[in-house]
Design a protein around this ligand. Sequence first.
Ligand code: ATP
Length: 423
Amino acid sequence: MTTHKNTHNIKLELENARILSSRQLALLRKIASLSESLHIPAYLVGGFVRDYFLEKQVNDLDIVVEGDAIEFGESLVKKYGGKLTPHTKFRTAIWNLPSSFIIYPSSLDLITARNEIYKTPGALPTIKPSTIDDDLRRRDFTINAMAVRLDGDHFGELLDPLNGQDDLEKKLIRVLHSRSFIDDPTRIFRAVRYAVRYSFILHPSSFILVNPESFAVLKTLSGERIRHEFDLIFEEEKSVRMLAHLHELGVFDVFNPSLPKFNNKYSNLLDASAPAEFGFSANRITLGYLLWFMDSPADVVEFFSKRFDFTSELREAALAVAQLKNDLASLTDAKPSKWTMRLEKVPLISVYALWLASNQPALKDFLVNWRHVKTTITGDDLKARGIPTGPRYKEILFQLRSAWLDGDVKNDKEEEELLNTLL
Ligand code: ATP
């Protein structure tokens, strides 16, 4: 991290920032140049500034302008190309960068500096265009409330009205005012994400705000908003520790005391990527939920599927894995055909999750081999033999496939012989 102090302010030496690629820097210069010529101050905000000081990889670039972000975006497109996706309600826009920029991220968020008023706890805020100072004061934590000015001679100037730098150094997550978690209780999740991600702690004055009052508001949030927060947690490397932290804070009980803890036995399983021979890749977020609810009874899974607004696929996969886990003991000595019959009713990711958790070899056999086993004889062959079409076809083909799976048929000739005995 390099900073350069002068009498009035601190300037970040963006040119030498290791976390910025030369293409990203060139992009910032382009924005700075337009911002100067339009006399609309532009700032890099939020995560970028935090991650600059922490010397972490930059994931996204958020630009706040003291002016209209949509008009600013239109000028960017006019000058440099690309495409703008405006959101008129919030006066924000996404600038999808021209492909010639060959840059990551391929888009950036443009935000009109704004003031936010929470008329009702937990509801989305009312927004009014305002200054960068107000914009920083509407944010979640001091470490996320810093900005770097881009236009003209201001390039690199740090704005840190809430002393975020200090908290970064002290490894503290601190809200900006005492109603913060009441206005928006999703910030409790965010606090835990940052605390665990960076090994920071919640400042005691913020910690005491995670209390019955903010929990009462958290309880009223929609399933969709809560699930989004859990999704973000499962995208993180230390997701299991984040869940444990939320549990310790009492967040789980807010939703319902039956919300299970994440079983520590499964904590390493999220990081494994499926072996290539499995022929599919598991979505980390889905896998997270499956491991979380795997040991729960069906009615608990059903309850939280509704409460957290699971998609129908996620609900189905979570129910399937919990049921399959229950049936596992009764299947242990089953023949491959019986396993296959049972597992084919289950989403692949559920089979995979249970294999990770149980190491049951039949689950791997199913994923790698059994599910691909086909008969050589087809319905057309049965037709050619003059067998009248009907439910019998399914039965015959099922028996032939079972024989292949169980090793009772090893080649086409033996399959043919078996067919003859079945007719
Ligand atoms: P990361 O993506 O690494 O978790 P980020 O800072 O980029 O961190 P985003 O969720 O993209 O996080 O949000 C961008 C910025 O918007 C944050 O840094 C913060 O200043 C602000 N912000 C996001 N969510 C909230 C919220 N619920 N309340 C207040 N400010 C928020």
